[in-house]
Design a protein around this ligand. Structure first.
Ligand SMILES: Cc1ncc(COP(=O)(O)O)c(C=O)c1O
Length: 392
């Protein structure tokens, strides 16, 4: 038997709690409101473009850092929505989802001893990403009810070892959309301390109540120190296609492309061709997307409120956090187990979004990127919770 230890890095983090909840949902035949993937169809125009590309024999490796058509379409979309010109030859890397994008970026910029600032609660991948890349995470709290940060606490997290700050806006899991003023505060600190802003903007078009998505790359003095991580998964409802991208200054793109090349070689070639079609969809596509999600958000908010789950209204992304303190469970993990086994609805324990699990012990997260019939089925099951509440 092999007796030497496995990698210390691998030993420092667990499997994804969110993806584990999806497995549990299948095991217990529960309605899955845990993992953020749509259960409805992707747009026909994209499916056709992907099928056409395969039949046109776009079946071999694309250029490592991205098919030309995709990169050109990204230049078009970036100009249209962010108003900036990016160079398709020197500033874009296409990756296997934004998941690969984030780790490529960290591998490309982090050296031993470097610190990375992460807002907490955070999307659970950032913890393992920091460990894999060798960064030391410094957490700054986003506080309820509006998930704002304390300016002094943020300023105190910056020092000479700080290499980057990760900003996820619109935010998973909180639904926070960072305001221009907040991003200005962050931007000023980045410039003062010579720090990179790595921005995860995967929910850029999923935004409600007239809120505006502001990309830090568009802010004064930030163009040359912002690395945008994004992808097709959420905007085009194709999480399984695994097409993401990075926009970074030329000097950093070279290092990112090397990491990407040796991690995956390239993103799926035919799906990049379909992606080129997606990135040129008209404005109406994005307006419809936001309005469909807003309806679903309002629907789930009402359901969760009626079930006594104290939902917190998100301004963006497609998740709702609930405060479960009054239910008297020892913690969020026990509550989510009860939900999946006894109620038949899978959710995510809040502790998976915090470095200290105790900080998330009274929170659970639901997603609403689901068909009406899925939400209706969840509504039926959540009525059981009302019964428990009535009895208690
Ligand atoms: C904030 C955030 N970033 C990245 C991802 C992963 O995206 P991709 O499918 O592009 O890897 C997710 C998925 O849930 C997410 O919520």
């Amino acid at each position: 038997m092999f007796k030497k230890p496995i990698s210390h890095k691998a030993a420092q983090f667990t499997e994804s709690v969110i993806r584990e909840m999806t497995r549990l949902a299948m095991e217990h035949n529960a309605i899955n409101l845990s993992q953020g993937f749509p259960d409805f169809a992707a747009p026909d125009v994209l499916k056709k473009a992907a099928a056409d590309a395969i039949f046109a024999d776009v079946n071999q490796y694309a250029i490592t850092w991205g098919a030309k058509n995709f990169r050109d379409a990204l230049v078009y979309k970036t100009k249209k929505f962010l108003g900036i010109d990016i160079d398709p030859e020197r500033e874009i890397t296409v990756s296997c989802g934004s998941t690969e994008a984030m780790i490529d970026v960290l591998l490309a910029v982090i050296n031993a001893g470097d610190e990375v600032i992460v807002f907490e609660p955070f999307y659970e991948n950032y913890g393992p990403d920091a460990i894999i890349s060798g960064a030391t995470p410094r957490y700054v709290q986003l506080r309820r009810p509006d998930w704002s940060f304390d300016e002094k606490e943020l300023a105190a997290a910056f020092n000479n070892k700080t290499k980057a700050i990760i900003i996820n806006t619109p935010n998973n899991p909180t639904g926070k959309v960072f305001s221009r003023e907040e991003l200005q505060i962050i931007g000023n600190l980045c410039q003062k301390w010579d720090v990179l802003a790595i921005t995860d903007e995967i929910y850029e078009h999923i935004i409600y109540d007239g809120a505006q998505h502001v990309s830090p790359i568009t802010m004064d003095g930030m163009r040359e120190r912002t690395i945008v991580v994004n992808g097709m998964s959420k905007t085009y409802s194709v999480t399984g296609w695994r097409v993401g991208y990075i926009i970074a200054p030329p000097g950093i793109t070279g290092a990112i492309r090397k990491m990407h090349d040796f991690v995956t070689v390239g993103a799926p070639a035919p799906l990049q061709e379909a992606g080129a079609v997606a990135l040129r969809l008209p404005d109406s596509y994005y307006i419809d997307l936001a309005s469909h999600y807003q309806q679903r958000r309002d629907r789930l908010m009402k359901m969760l409120g009626e079930a006594g789950l104290n939902p917190m209204l998100p301004k963006g992304a497609y998740y709702i956090m609930c405060d479960i303190a009054k239910w008297g469970y020892p913690n969020d993990v026990e509550f989510t187990k009860f939900m999946v086994k006894d109620v038949g609805v899978a959710t995510v324990p809040g502790s998976s979004f915090f470095s200290d699990p105790a900080a998330g012990k009274d929170i659970i997260r639901f997603t609403f990127c689901k068909k009406e019939e899925t939400l209706r089925a969840a509504e039926e099951r959540l009525r059981k919770l009302q019964m428990v509440l009535a009895q208690s």
